[in-house]
Design a protein around this ligand. Structure first.
Ligand SMILES: Nc1ncnc2c1ncn2[C@@H]1O[C@H](COP(=O)(O)OP(=O)(O)O)[C@@H](O)[C@H]1O
Ligand SMILES: [Mg+2]
Length: 366
């Protein structure tokens, strides 16, 4: 995406609380209608960034643009955004319809028009017929849908959601994830969604900004983050990853020769990389991209030889740890149990060989 397509443009934005730097000069562009997530561990600055978008926090440096307009002098109530919080407080003295219609009061619309808008919202969040109920007569998921409807009734161009599903149990959370995605598609507005749950971010988002310690590590689609992480931090934060220490022993004819722990010599295309002789790097591979064999490959192709150190049977899949001579940490493998799982195949100490397809390996700076 180019800056020209950006609906929200965050340019070198930093935030300090006294001497503490909560956000360290981040830049990113979010397109109109995008489901965009901020993902990172607790304390990395997600809420701070969201509150700056909403205007509840000032920026210490840089500028935020929404729909082409600089936001620095625009108060929260003038911004084309609305926010949904984790602790979706719905007013206990009001019923569902009054809660959803709360923001309409100041618009002084005719009664019939207000009722119609509330009905549309009830319909959108699939709670038609619940208008007269009170907060305590609703489930957690229903209350969260009311909070969404209340935020959407004023038709903001951007909805900011700060861990909105964090308080729900797993089953309800998964149900609400589908609901959110459906809602966002149906109304086509831009969502900026905060979560510390990587699976949730992968499930929901068009693109994700991975954050750590107030910085943005990578902004990409879920599949790009998973398949081609650009740093070791991103690779280990999203999903599980094996890292093998390696050293670049030479670069010849567009190929880098690597000496890889547990494998030996491997060649990688070096075009477009900064790989140089002498570099210490990591070769990364996902557990599910390794194939487990009980005999050495016959055609002389590369394999990692080791022995099973641990097996975990999970029904649909099994996880193995394979100890490899010369590697400090065992290598993790995940296999789908397509055939019947036979316990004897997973005996601790059994010799095994691991193979992979070339495009499964990623070289990262160490
Ligand atoms: N008002 C504040 N004063 C001082 N420090 C703050 C304030 N708000 C947040 N912080 C700090 O900024 C960092 C980022 O916080 P936050 O944005 O809430 O993280 P996240 O939402 O990713 O968990 C944390 O270290 C937090 O303690
Ligand atoms: Mg937070």
């Amino acid at each position: 995406m180019t800056t020209n397509d950006a609906f929200i443009s965050i340019r070198n934005v930093g935030k300090s609380y006294g001497t503490f730097r909560a956000i360290d000069s981040v830049s990113m562009d979010i397109a109109h209608g995008e489901f965009f997530s901020l993902l990172g561990a607790s304390g990395c600055g997600k809420t701070t960034l969201l509150r700056m978008l909403a205007g509840f926090e000032s920026v210490s440096s840089g500028e935020i643009f929404i729909d082409g307009q600089p936001m620095s002098d625009v108060p929260p109530y003038r911004r084309p955004v609305n926010m949904v919080f984790q602790n979706y407080a719905i007013f206990p003295h009001l019923n569902v319809a009054q809660n959803i219609g709360y923001g309409l009061r100041k618009l002084k619309l005719p009664r019939a028009k207000q009722d119609q808008m509330v009905d549309e919202m009830l319909d959108l969040v699939q709670l038609s017929g619940y208008g007269k109920r009170r907060g305590h007569e609703l489930s957690g998921g229903q209350r969260q849908r009311i909070a969404l409807a209340r935020a959407l009734i004023l038709k903001p161009k951007v909805l900011l959601l700060d861990e909105p599903l964090g308080a729900l149990d797993k089953q309800l959370r998964e149900q609400m994830q589908m609901e959110l995605r459906r809602l966002q598609r149906a109304i086509g507005i831009t969502f900026v969604f905060v979560t510390h749950d990587q699976e949730e971010a992968l499930t929901l988002s068009d693109r994700i900004a991975v954050m750590s310690g107030g910085a943005v590590l990578q902004v990409d689609s879920p599949s790009a983050l998973y398949e081609v992480p650009k740093t070791r931090d991103v690779a280990s934060f999203i999903g599980n990853m094996n890292f093998l220490d390696a050293k670049v022993t030479g670069c010849v004819n567009g190929h880098a020769h690597l000496d890889v722990q547990g494998i030996g010599r491997l060649d990688f295309p070096s075009a477009g990389t900064t790989l140089t002789e002498g570099d210490k790097v990591s070769v990364a591979i996902r557990p599910e991209k390794l194939v487990l064999h009980d005999t050495a490959p016959v055609n002389g192709s590369k394999a990692i030889a080791g022995e099973i150190a641990l097996t975990t049977y999970l029904g649909e899949r099994s996880h193995y740890q394979v100890r490899v001579p010369g590697c400090d940490t065992p290598i993790a493998i995940s296999t789908q149990n397509i055939r019947m799982h036979k316990p004897q195949e997973a005996t601790i100490g059994r010799p095994v060989w691991l193979t992979w397809s070339d495009d499964a390996l990623i070289v990262l700076e160490r």
